[in-house]
Design a protein around this ligand. Sequence first.
Ligand SMILES: [Zn+2]
Length: 89
Amino acid sequence: MRPPVPTEMSCRELVELVTAWHEGALPLADRTRFEMHLCLCTGCRGYVQQMRRTIEVTGRLTEEDVAPAARKDLLRAFRQFARSKGEPR
Ligand SMILES: [Zn+2]
């Protein structure tokens, strides 16, 4: 049996998993994909950095801190950023 090939994580998926990742709640396969994406995607690196800063300030991060509308804006910003950098994501 072939080991499952890790599929590429999208920015959207990353944003959805970031809380679980930060809490260390992601299964290893997802964590690997998450961190792989972080290596490749400057936009998401910035997002995670921003998240950590939020946690430092508030002491925690809740779902309300990343409202769906804000996430949409972030994703749009990521895509524009990635495009301006000539990266595929
Ligand atoms: Zn990304």
